[in-house]
Design a protein around this ligand. Sequence first.
Ligand SMILES: C[S@@+](CC[C@H](N)C(=O)[O-])C[C@H]1O[C@@H](n2cnc3c(N)ncnc32)[C@H](O)[C@@H]1O
Length: 163
Amino acid sequence: MDGRDEIRPGEVVVTAPAPRDAGLVFIGRIHTPWQSRSACPRQGRRDGPICRIEIFEPWVAALKGIEKFAKLEVLYWLDRSRRDLVQQNPKHSDQTTGTFALRSPMRPNPIGTSLVKLERVEENSLFVRGLDCLDGTPLVDLKPDHCHFSADAVPQPEDFQKR
Ligand SMILES: C[S@@+](CC[C@H](N)C(=O)[O-])C[C@H]1O[C@@H](n2cnc3c(N)ncnc32)[C@H](O)[C@@H]1O
């Protein structure tokens, strides 16, 4: 418990239900040219092939306004990954590294993210460049790369630089 979890005078605590694992609803499917992991790029490239993100009903209405954005953050479920590795030896490394220090698809909750370039929107499909996932990968979420309502909310790359 850290300082923020302390109960202050006047606050009321109830008996909460036991925490449960979160449930996900896949909102679509990603169509890419890649059928095998060996064929898939390790990270997407802005000049990569156009891939189609298909949105399922009833979520198509949630695309309203998305065409205003040039870049989107895509979250997907790397469904063909093993999930029990805590230390890994990446292919092009001679070191064993912890899973959370890697962007490997093998992780306890195999969520992949990519920043993609939005080329066009057609009905229930987004056509984008910059993906690196297998054909048929389930879609978890989509968001614009920045907040529409506040220019100050745009994260600047230097905010994240360590040196
Ligand atoms: C290194 S991960 C990076 C994913 C994402 N860009 C990220 O950084 O979170 C990309 C690799 O995951 C593997 N991969 C792609 N789609 C997958 C899927 N549906 N299930 C399991 N592995 C997948 C492929 O080997 C691909 O090269």
